[in-house]
Design a protein around this ligand. Structure first.
Ligand code: ZN
Length: 268
């Protein structure tokens, strides 16, 4: 059932080897300005702030496009599979950095599972982009502050929202401009966005990247992540049908997980 709902595959053949993969992308950066879909005033990434190379991974070969964003100054990375240039409805994940979840496999949030599931989906589709966004720890409050919120969550039972506001920090200050800028550099014309968060759709579109549809990225509910997922749904407006289902069955208190993580198309 892992492919359920992904209704479209582009009619391309196997991705062609990328001969230019290790070249500096300065020339293409200039050319892209004429092919991007939007004419918004979004800044370009400077040629000296972007480099790309082939990256062989356990999911096969990606193009690793590293860039320093002209606005936030962070170094981010886009992992690109297949030929996305000039394409519509490219499968895209904008993944917010989470050291504890992504690297150390922490289970209190579902970030690591979402990262794996998104990369699996892109690899299975044969084309897509995962933008790994730095500076997004704890929805933008930073790593130290995030860990500080964990203390409040563990000791006082606060959720992910109240634990931030309790120490005077904003709930979400992430900016998705870097993702929009690299998608523009890659000449992606429109995206199918892997996310459960409607706010991300609006954020990306506000930067002039059309979002053709949102593709849910559903991680199984577990004893460890149920509080976090519930807060995301009830406090932050995320669409989490796997949680709703358990809720309707009155089973949120007796969790055993729902099997493999899934992706599926929502609309459009
Ligand atoms: Zn996380």
């Amino acid at each position: 059932m892992r492919d359920q709902g992904i209704e479209q595959k582009d009619s391309r053949g196997d991705a062609a080897p990328d001969d230019a993969a290790t070249k500096d992308t300065a020339n293409r950066n200039t050319a892209n300005r004429n092919t991007a879909t939007s004419d918004t005033a979004i800044e370009d990434i400077a040629p000296e702030d972007i480099a790309e190379a082939r990256l062989r991974t356990r999911r096969g070969v990606f193009r690793a496009v590293a860039f320093r964003d002209p606005v936030d100054g962070h170094e981010h990375m886009a992992l690109v599979r297949g030929d996305v240039r000039g394409r519509e409805r490219v499968l895209v994940r904008m993944h917010s950095e989470c050291m504890t979840g992504d690297i150390f496999g922490a289970t209190r949030c579902e970030c690591g599972d979402q990262l794996d599931t998104a990369l699996d989906a892109i690899a299975r589709e044969g084309a897509g982009v995962l933008v790994y966004l730095r500076g997004h720890e704890g929805r933008g409050i930073g790593l130290v502050a995030k860990v500080r919120t964990h203390i409040l969550q563990d000791d006082q039972g606060l959720d992910t929202v109240d634990s931030a506001t309790a120490i005077g920090l904003p709930v979400d200050v992430r900016d998705y401009g870097p993702a929009a800028r690299v998608l523009r550099h890659l000449a992606v014309r429109s995206v199918r966005l892997l996310s459960n968060n409607p706010v991300k759709v609006d954020a990306l579109e506000s930067y002039g990247v059309p979002v053709a549809s949102r593709v849910p990225l559903l991680v199984p509910v577990s004893d460890d992540n149920v509080r976090y997922l519930t807060a995301k749904r009830d406090r932050l407006g995320h669409d989490l049908p796997q949680l709703d289902e358990l809720d309707e069955l009155g089973q949120l208190d007796e969790l055993g997980g729902l099997g493999d993580a899934q992706v599926g198309e929502v609309h459009g």
